[in-house]
Every structure is written in C-alpha cells, then in structure tokens.
Design a protein. Structure first.
Lengths: 252, 228
C-alpha cells in the first residue's frame, strides 16, 4: 500500500527522471539558499552583538564554521554515494559522488582561507601545524586526489569508479577532522556548538550560525543538482531522452 | 586439470618477481642513490651545523625514504600491465589478493629493504646519535611496509591511466601523514630520552590492519581499474 516511497526513490535513480526532478527543484533550492543566507548574514553581521573579547572580528565565524561543517558533510555524502556506486553500480550515484568533490573542495578551501584570515588577528599567525588545521588540509588534498584521479581516466565511468574507491579510503579522515580538537588539545578551540547538551554560545550568535548552515546546505543541493544535470547530459549524450531535450531546446 | 596449490602459487609469484628485479639490478640501486643525494643536499641547504642537523636527522631520513619509495612505486605493476600478465593474474584461480600480497612483498624487498640498509648511513651523515639508530630502524621497518601496502592500493587504482606519477604523489602523500607522524614521533622521543614504544605500537597496529586489508583493497581496485 505505502510502497510508493521506495518506488519513487527507485525511479529517481534513473537519469531522465532525476534530470527532470533536479530541474524543478534546483531553482527553489537556489532561492532558499540566497534568502536564508541573506537572513543569516543580516543576523550575524548586524543583529548579533560584538564579542566581549574579539570585538567584531569574530563575525567571520558565520562563514568559517558553516563551510567547515559542509567540508565534512560533503565528503560524507561523497563517501556514501561512492559506496552505493561501487556496490549497486548505480550511474547516478557515481555522478553525485564525482560532482560533489569540487563543491566539497571549494568549501574546504573557504574554510582554510577564512580560518587563516581569522587566525592572523586572534592567534597572531596565518597558519600553525595544529591538529585540526592539518587534518583539514589533508581533507583538501583528498578532495583534489579524487578529482585528479577522476579526470586521469579516459573512460568517465571507469574514472568515477576508481575515484569513488579512493573517496572511500579517504573517509577515514573525516572523523579525524571532527574529533581532532578533542583528541589533541592544541591551538584551535574546541567545539562550542553541541548537538546534545547545551551549546557554549549565546543564542543571539547561535541562530545566525545555524541559519547560515542551512543556507550552505541549500546552496550545496542547488549547485550539486546543476552540476549533475550537466554531467548527465554529457554522459547520456547518445540516448533518446537527451536527443529529445536537444531537439526541443533547438526549436526555441 | 591440475591446479597449483595456493602456497605453491605464492612461492612462484614471489620467486618470479624477485628474479625479474634481480635481472634488472640497476633499477634497485636508483632509489638508494636518490635517497643518498637528497640527504646530501640538506647540509648544503641548511649549513653544516651539528646541532641543527642532529635535530632534523630523523625526520629528514624518514621523508627521504618515503620519497624514494614513491619514485619506485610507479613501477610496481607497470611492466605486468604492458605484457598482459596482470590480466592473467586477475583471471587465475588463485585468490588475487594473496597474489598481489606476494607482489607487494617482493616490491618491498627490492625497494624498501635496500633503503633501510643504507638508512644508518643517511642518519650518520646527519649526525644522528648512535643510540637512536635502532629506534629509527625499527620505525622504518614498521613504516615502509605500511607505505608499500597503501601505495599498492593507489597504484592499482591508477593502473588504467597513462600519466600517473604526480597523481600518485597527490593521492599517497596525504594518506601517509599518520605514518610519518608516528615514525618521526618515535625517533624524536628516543632522541630526547623519552619512552618511544607508544608511537611504534600505533605504527605496528596500523601495519597489521594494512596487511589484512590492503591486499583485498588492492585486488578490488585493480578489478575496477582494469575492467573497461
């Protein structure tokens, strides 16, 4: 009776269905990302009070922390779809994994750059060989390795499977990044926002932070869908449904 | 049809690879020469000050050995892919992971072992105290097989590509950060007279894990890279 949900998910795995679905959802995701992001930035940059110690300089947290969360989240998504791609050989999962990699690399890069900008006035240095910073840098190299391996193959699907395997090996780094501040007590501060138990951050600062997190999630989805759509067209170039689209777009 | 037993096949595999390496002895000496020259460059670049060289000796030797191994890794499967014997290995009745494990062992014997043999010389060039030498050797004995095993998985992944040298470095170096940290940590601790068993124990446990998992992962990676 209620098996329309698994049926719908199965259907979504087919490229033409996903192409249409992503085309409908993507503009909404992008609009939500912009709206929620504007709200979060207004809350963070204007409404939230200045920090008693760091003054206004702390406000970079509203970019830094959401990007850092996303750098791990995107890797987790990439790792999971890599497992799906290798075990069940679903073409869409390969595409999702490979198209997540550049987005995740961008978030990781933003995290490193904003952290560096924040570190200069607060710690007095652009960079330090602290556990969290180093593991985040390794995460960036893992992303770049996955992207590099994917493009080294001439056959895209073979490249995707090889890179997916590498992504699964590298997933071991994600918990290391996450727990590095607990395991090694170095310069980078511990986590202040907790899923369980009270957070060590004022509500006025917390809500813009969470809003920004939501905005980055929407942005990721919008960006991913856009990339996946393009990639699906390239990958399925010879199929009928792509010809159909090419013909209808050509008529306009 | 009479089928060779697994043990016989393993021994044959190992003997074949070692013989092949021995026939081209020149290739074995290349990483060793590379390590010697790279180590020689450090005193020129940093100045021949004893205390400074002593402090960095352990780390320099470890990184040099790692880079020398990286140079040789590329060749692990390349000749076998060219003449098609790797495909034969994949369809052979013996378990592929075990055969690849033998190949990795042969590769370790021909590239890492000579490097470990000259490691005391490299460390001596940088004035590492003699008392620390056994710890360095122990660290190398645990860290180099780990690198060979990890490297083999990645080499297998790039087996289907043409230009893989730099890509291999980009993929392998981030993954061997922990091995470098623990090996260098043990040497540094021994140099300061602190207990050094803990980092080596970590290396050892990682090695045990890699011995079990890496050949399986290597086999899976090779199957992915070769099916076209």
């Amino acid at each position: 009776m209620s098996n329309w949900i698994p049926l719908w998910v199965h259907k979504l795995g087919s490229p033409p269905t996903f192409y249409r679905f992503a085309g409908i959802v993507m503009p909404w995701m992008m609009a939500l990302a912009l709206l929620v992001g504007a709200l979060g930035l207004y809350g963070g940059l204007v409404l939230a009070p200045a920090d008693y110690q760091q003054g206004d300089a702390y406000r970079i947290i509203f970019i830094h922390v959401p990007s850092a969360w996303m750098s791990m989240f995107v890797y987790a998504v990439m790792g999971m779809s890599s497992v799906i791609a290798l075990v069940w050989r679903i073409k869409l999962a390969e595409v999702v994994a490979m198209e997540s990699a550049p987005i995740g690399a961008a978030f990781t890069f933003i995290t490193l750059v904003t952290g560096s900008l924040w570190g200069k006035p607060m710690w007095g240095t652009w960079w330090t060989w602290d556990a969290r910073l180093t593991s985040e840098l390794v995460l960036l190299f893992l992303y770049l390795g996955v992207i590099g391996l994917y493009h080294a193959f001439e056959d895209r699907r073979q490249g995707a499977r090889a890179a997916a395997f590498l992504a699964i090996i590298g997933i071991i780094n994600v918990p290391i990044v996450h727990f590095s501040v607990n395991w090694w007590n170095t310069l980078h501060q511990g986590s202040t926002v907790k899923l369980f138990g009270p957070s060590k951050i004022a509500w006025d600062m917390l809500w813009p932070l969470l809003t920004m997190t939501l905005a980055t999630k929407f942005y990721y989805l919008a960006s991913l869908f856009r990339r996946v759509r393009t990639d699906l067209l390239a990958l399925e170039g010879g199929k009928d449904w792509v010809r159909e689209i090419a013909r209808s777009e050509g008529d306009q | 049809m009479n089928r060779a037993g697994t043990a016989t096949a393993c021994a044959a595999m190992l003997r074949r690879d070692l013989t092949l390496a021995w026939r081209r002895r020149g290739d074995i000496t290349m990483p060793v020469l590379y390590a010697l020259i790279v180590t020689m460059l450090f005193p020129f670049a940093l100045g021949p000050e004893d205390t400074l060289l002593q402090r960095i000796a352990g780390g320099v030797v470890l990184v040099t050995v790692l880079l020398a191994m990286l140079l040789a890794l590329d060749a692990m499967f390349s000749s076998d892919i060219e003449d098609g014997s790797l495909e034969q290995l994949v369809i052979a009745p013996q378990p592929l992971a075990l055969m690849l494990g033998m190949k990795i062992l042969a590769h370790w014997i021909t590239t890492a072992l000579p490097l470990i043999v000259i490691a005391p010389l490299l460390a001596g060039m940088l004035h590492l105290p003699t008392a620390v030498m056994p710890v360095l050797l122990l660290a190398l004995l645990l860290a180099t097989p780990l690198l060979s095993l990890l490297g083999a998985v990645l080499v297998a992944l790039t087996a289907g590509t043409r230009r893989s040298g730099m890509l291999l470095a980009l993929m392998l170096l981030p993954l061997c950060v922990p091995a470098v940290i623990f090996a260098a940590g043990a040497v540094a601790a021994a140099q300061q007279g602190l207990p050094w068993a803990a980092p080596l124990a970590w290396l050892g446990s990682a090695l045990v894990l890699a011995i079990v998992l890496a050949p399986l992962a290597c086999a899976a990676a090779l199957r992915i890279a070769l099916d076209a």
